[in-house]
Design a binder for this molecule. Structure first.
Ligand code: GLA
Length: 389
C-alpha cells in the first residue's frame, strides 16, 4: 500500500514524499452516545485507516490531494483559514488553522491522503484524517504536543471548524488504540485502561449497511442538546456535571424532573448504557462473551427505542444476528442513522454468517451490505518512507 502511495506521490508531485503517517479508524464495542455525557466507552482502533504522505514545498501553498476524492484544492499559506464548502480537505485545513492559531508557523506542504475506511460508515474516517494531520504537523513543525493534546486539537477541529458537537471518543480511540486491545475510557476524567479484547473463538464482524447517511450532523447535534436539557432538568434537585454521574437507580428516583417525555427517554438510554459498559468491562475481563453479547443486544435495543438513532437497515442486521446461534451479540456502532453494525461471530462460522446475512438483508432492504472481518490495530503513528516498503 505504502509503496503504491509513494509511486502516486511521485506521479503527482515529481518528487519523493519525505514523511508518511497512518491513523486508523475505530469501532466502538459498547457505550454509544456516552462520550459527550461524561461516561464510559469501549472503542478499539481497526486496521483500516488514513495514510498521509507529505513533503514540504517552497511555494507557500498547501496542496491537498486525495486518492479517494476528485476535489484537490491548493490553498495559499495565510494567517487564518475558514471552512470552505463541504469538501474533505476541510478536515486537514481545520487542523492547519488550529496549529496556526496556536502560533505555530505552518509553511507550504504537498500532501497525499488515502483512506481505506468506508467513508461515512460510522468508522470515524473524520477522526482518522484529523488525527493523522495533527500528528504529522506536530512532528514536522516541532510543536511539542503530547498525544492527548493532539486528540483534543482534533476534537476541537470537529467541533469548531466542522460544526459537529461530538465527544472525544473517536479521536481518542484512533490515537491511543493498540493491537488486539480495547480501550475503556472515562470521557469525563480521560482516565483509561487498555484491556485485552479477548474474543476467544469469536471474531469481530463489521457490517456496513451501505445506507448513505444524510442529516447525521443535525440529528446528532439535536441529541446532544436533548441531553443538555435533561441535565438541566435533573439539576433542579441534583447537582451533577454529566448525565453519567448518576446510575440507573438514582435516575429512576429523579426522572420525573425531566418534563419532556422524549428527552426523558434520551436520558434513560444514556444512564443505562453507561451502566452496561461497566458490566461489559467485567464480562470481558471474565472472558464471559455470552454476557458481553447480551449487553450488546441490550445496547442496540436502547439505541433503537429510547435514543432513536438506529434505522431499519441497522435493525435488520441485528434482527438477523439474533437468529444465528453462532453470534454472541450485535449492535449498531458509532453515531447511527445508517453506517455500521458490529457482531461477535464464532470464527469457524464467519463465512456462513456473512452469506446468510447478505441474503436476509438484501431481501429485506433491497441492496446488499458489506461484511468485513475486523482486526484490531494500533493507533496513529509514523511509517517508514522507503521506496521498497
Ligand atoms: C460519533 C461521535 C462520537 C460519539 C459517537 C456515538 O462517532 O463522533 O463522539 O458520540 O458518535 O457514540
Amino acid at each position: 500500500m505504502k509503496h503504491q502511495l509513494q509511486q502516486k506521490f511521485n506521479e503527482i508531485y515529481h518528487k519523493e514524499a519525505q514523511h508518511a503517517y497512518f491513523s486508523p479508524g475505530r469501532v466502538n464495542l459498547i457505550g454509544e452516545h456516552i462520550d459527550y455525557n461524561g461516561g464510559l466507552v469501549m472503542p478499539a482502533a481497526i486496521t483500516f485507516g488514513t495514510y498521509l504522505l507529505i513533503s514540504p514545498n517552497e511555494d507557500n501553498v498547501f496542496r491537498f490531494r486525495s486518492l479517494n476524492f476528485d476535489e484537490n484544492p491548493t490553498v495559499p499559506v495565510q494567517d487564518s483559514y475558514q471552512k470552505d464548502g463541504d469538501g474533505w480537505f476541510n478536515f486537514p485545513l481545520g487542523v492547519i488553522e488550529h496549529f496556526t492559531r496556536d502560533s505555530h508557523k505552518i509553511t507550504g506542504l504537498d500532501m497525499l491522503f488515502f483512506g481505506d475506511i468506508p467513508i461515512g460508515a460510522g468508522l470515524s474516517s473524520s477522526a482518522s484524517i484529523e488525527v493523522v494531520t495533527s500528528f504529522a504537523l506536530n512532528e514536522l513543525f516541532n510543536a511539542g504536543y503530547d498525544k492527548l493534546t493532539l486528540v483534543k486539537i482534533a476534537k476541537s477541529v470537529e467541533n469548531n471548524f466542522m460544526g459537529l458537537n461530538c465527544g472525544i471518543m473517536d479521536q481518542f480511540a484512533v490515537a491511543f488504540g493498540e493491537k488486539d486491545k480495547a480501550i475503556v475510557l472515562n470521557c469525563d476524567t480521560l482516565e483509561y485502561d487498555i484491556v485485552n479484547s479477548n474474543l476467544g473463538n469469536h471474531v469481530l464482524a463489521i457490517i456496513n449497511t451501505n445506507k448513505s447517511r444524510k442529516l447525521v450532523e443535525s440529528k446528532y447535534n439535536e441529541r446532544v442538546e436533548e441531553c443538555q436539557t435533561a441535565l438541566k432538568d435533573l439539576n433542579k434537585e441534583l447537582s451533577i456535571d454529566y448525565l453519567c454521574d448518576i446510575d440507573s437507580a438514582t435516575f429512576a428516583k429523579y426522572k420525573h424532573l425531566i418534563t419532556d417525555e422524549v428527552v426523558r427517554k434520551r436520558a434513560q438510554h444514556v444512564v443505562e448504557e453507561n451502566d452496561r459498559v461497566k458490566l461489559a468491562a467485567d464480562a470481558l475481563a471474565a472472558n464471559n462473551l455470552a454476557e458481553f453479547g447480551k449487553l450488546m443486544y441490550g445496547s442496540h435495543d436502547s439505541l433503537r427505542d429510547l435514543y432513536e438513532v438506529s434505522g431499519k437497515e441497522l435493525d435488520a442486521v441485528v434482527e438477523y444476528a439474533k437468529t444465528n446461534p453462532n453470534v454472541a451479540g450485535a449492535r449498531m456502532t458509532g453515531a447511527g442513522f445508517g453506517g455500521c453494525a458490529i457482531a461477535l461471530v464464532k470464527a469457524n462460522a464467519f463465512d456462513a454468517f456473512s452469506k446468510e446475512l447478505e441474503v436476509f438483508y438484501t431481501d429485506k432492504i433491497g441492496y446488499a451490505p458489506s461484511v468485513y472481518q475486523s482486526l484490531i490495530g494500533d493507533g496513529v503513528g509514523t511509517l517508514l518512507v522507503t521506496s521498497e516498503a
